[in-house]
Design a protein around this ligand. Structure first.
Ligand SMILES: [Fe+2]
Length: 287
């Protein structure tokens, strides 16, 4: 049974709406207890730590974006476990699918979160309750690791951007439409639609950020007149290896979330916030 939806019950932390903090968490890969991802990479434990981190932030973020690969096999039981882990987060959480998710199972598992389109449809949507307009894209190709934006999804994005050409806007999507230089990941990157998306994006000067997951490490690029960034996973990371032909390598570099702070005079400033404990063991007083 799914836990009750509590995350809309708290007021946003910035009621005056002069600033906005968008927390981004990604690539949780939640599996069932005792399964390989759970045993080897402790993905559920790492997400619990990330949730503790977010709920202890001062001020709290206004929203949390979860940018795909929420679970590992896309089965209902994994989403049920995921919801239990996310339950302490008291602000709205906006989810999109990654290549490890099942689009329909995900939308069914979060059906009571009122923003998701129903089963059988692309899980893209717009949230327009805050100073920054949030546009969620669905880049999934069922059965494939790589992603795409087909003609229907590109048209949908073009139509949504045309609705509000002046309001600060953030786009979030799982697969980054760039070649990162990490060849092992780029082989499973973006199959189709990246140049076409770029041609749409570059018509607009109000797109503050495009934020993505999938690469399991922090990456930033200039892209068609905006800034594109990739957040690290809340659990395991991918090794930084730019050699041609290199194989995928999982490394346990520190997990993190990203905090995208929007202020009217600066636009978005992004911070990588590590989600473990890194205190100095002794009390040290700086001069
Ligand atoms: Fe992933």
């Amino acid at each position: 049974m799914l836990l009750p939806d509590t995350h809309f019950s708290h007021a946003p932390s910035h009621d005056d709406h002069r600033t906005m903090i968008i927390a981004q968490i990604t690539d949780f890969h939640i599996a069932l207890p005792g399964e390989r991802m759970d045993r080897m990479f402790r993905t559920a434990t790492f997400l619990e730590t990330a949730v503790e981190h977010i709920t202890s932030l001062e001020p709290l973020p206004d929203v949390v974006l979860a940018t795909g690969d929420l679970v590992d096999r896309g089965i209902p039981e994994e989403y049920e476990r995921l919801r239990g882990i996310l339950a302490p987060i008291g602000v709205p959480i906006y989810v999109i699918p990654g290549n490890h998710d099942d689009r329909d199972t995900m939308s069914g598992a979060f059906a009571d979160w009122d923003y998701l389109p129903g089963n059988g449809r692309f899980q893209h949507y717009v949230i327009d309750r805050w100073p920054v307009r949030l546009i969620a894209l669905d880049t999934v190709i069922p059965g494939k690791i790589s992603g795409e934006l087909c003609g229907e999804r590109l048209q949908w994005l073009s139509d949504r951007l045309a609705e509000e050409p002046d309001k600060p806007t953030l786009i979030f999507m799982h697969h980054p439409p760039i070649r990162s230089g990490i060849n092992a990941m780029d082989r499973h990157g973006f199959d189709a639609g990246a140049p076409e998306m770029g041609a749409i994006v570059e018509k607009y000067s109000n797109i503050e950020r495009i934020v993505c997951g999938h690469l399991h490490r922090p990456v930033t690029a200039r892209w068609h007149g905006t800034v594109l960034s990739v957040a690290p996973s809340t659990a395991h990371q991918m090794g930084l290896n730019m050699l041609e032909g290199a194989k995928q390598q999982i490394v346990m570099e520190p997990p993190a979330c990203q905090l995208h702070l929007w202020q009217p005079d600066t636009g978005i400033v992004s911070h990588t916030s590590y989600t473990g404990r890194y205190e100095i063991p002794l009390s040290v007083e700086l001069p």
